[in-house]
Design a protein around this ligand. Structure first.
Ligand code: HSE
Length: 409
């Protein structure tokens, strides 16, 4: 059997490298020999690449080649990836992808197409890069009723927050450093504004709870509004701020969000630093289990992609059976209506103290930070919902509040 790679960027070139380097072992583990890399599709030219002879620009060469059984999609983006992957599955070829946007937007449809055509559609690398998470959820944790999945799903923002927490670095400086080190893109919007993490939590929620969650229904906040004083207030309460993707089952609904949250500094997720990712799964039999490792990068991501290629090759006769169904209107609950404990920081417009603005609120803990302005209030509080809390803050005269959830991880 032959394989093809579509997209020779960072991940695609990593896949070619790992496949070539460990070729014999991979062919043996796949139970398929010969097992060759036949084509690499890319619109760009790579005349000096060791794979120059494999480079093609015409997708139809892959589609119409009966010797190609598995195609790796590492192009990224929705189009033409979606169009190519649909055509390949319909043509009876298995597809392995690292493309989180594709799986988050079209996973349900593509899994159904794979089922119809008796082939595999695998995407271990789409969440957590090299961290095993898709297969553990579908196989190792299959006996559990999973109530919750939460994680640090974006390495770039975790790097920035780590610099803020450990080195007191301003967010803008930490972002510049992340760009200099090649973690953040020149346009860092997808990372900083939580879009990348939102796609990943959609995939995890769909997998854990069996119904597709689309990115547009995820409450998504990024880290732009976080200041060093928020970090200090949280630190003085023995907590750290992390950008978390969280999905929880509540009856027939799911509550799902990507937002900066406060977590206890002794929790497993609090110690996840720099560009590392970690995903916590809460099951009724296992309790909490955490998967940790490199969430991005050429070889860690390629490691997950090539493992899927091997798995797919081993399951040509009997396809891997997993997936989820589409979701109905109202499946995703209103995030702002869910009770919880919250962190609040804001300016008191009438000059009164934090004690007086929080009078009447439940379980208030006033927070302190060095050099905080006299008219600033920061506190933790229990509230029946974020909607209620924001309205109440307006009533008591706290302008432009920063509100974050306190989690129990
Ligand atoms: N840009 C992502 C991150 C890696 O920083 O985690 C790919 O998902």
């Amino acid at each position: 059997m032959n394989i093809a790679i579509m997209g020779f960027g960072v991940v695609g070139s990593g896949v070619a490298e790992v496949f070539t380097k460990n070729h014999e072992m991979i062919a043996e583990k796949s139970l398929h020999a010969p097992f060759e890399l036949k084509y690499i599709l890319d619109i760009r030219d790579f005349p000096d690449s060791p794979y120059a002879d494999n480079m093609i620009k015409d997708f139809n060469l892959i589609l119409n080649d009966e010797t190609v059984g598995i195609v790796v999609e590492t192009m990224g983006g929705l189009h033409p990836a979606y169009d190519f992957v649909s055509a390949l599955l319909k043509a009876g070829k298995s597809v392995v992808t690292s493309n989180k946007e594709l799986v988050a937007e079209k996973g349900c449809e593509l899994l159904a197409l794979a089922k119809e055509n008796g082939v595999n559609f695998l995407f271990e690398a789409s969440v957590g890069g090299g961290v095993p998470i898709i297969r553990p959820i579908t196989q190792c944790l299959a006996a559990n009723d999973i109530s919750e999945v939460a994680g640090i799903l974006n390495g770039t923002t975790n790097f920035i927050l780590t610099k803020m927490i450990r080195e007191n670095m301003e967010l803008t400086d930490a972002l510049k450093l992340a760009q200099k080190l090649g973690y953040a893109e020149k346009d860092p919007t997808a990372d900083i504004d939580g879009i990348d993490a939102s796609r990943k939590i959609c995939i995890l929620a769909s997998l854990c709870f069996g119904k597709h969650v689309y990115p547009k229904s995820v409450h998504t906040e990024g880290i732009r509004g976080i200041t060093l004083r928020d970090v200090a207030y949280a630190g003085n309460a023995d907590m750290v701020i992390k950008l978390l993707g969280v999905a929880k089952k509540t009856g027939n609904q799911v509550v799902i969000s990507v937002a900066p949250c406060l977590i206890d500094k002794h929790s497993q997720l609090a110690s996840v630093s720099d560009v590392f990712n970690a995903i916590l799964v809460r099951g009724d039999a296992i309790g909490d289990v955490v998967f940790y490792g490199r969430g991005a990068g050429k070889l860690p991501t390629a490691s997950a992609v090539v493992a899927d290629v091997i798995d797919s090759a081993k399951h040509t006769e009997r396809r891997r059976i997993f997936g989820w169904t589409d979701s109905e209107e109202g499946y995703v609950a209103d995030y702002a209506s869910v009770p919880g404990r919250f962190y609040v920081r804001g300016t008191m417009t009438d000059g009164s103290g934090a004690g007086s603005v929080t009078a009447g609120m439940k379980s208030v803990k006033v927070l302190f930070a060095e050099n905080a302005p006299a008219d600033e209030a920061a506190f933790l509080v229990n509230a029946p919902s974020e909607k209620w809390l924001r309205k109440t803050l307006q009533t008591v005269g706290i302008a432009d509040p920063v509100v974050m959830r306190v989690t129990d991880y």
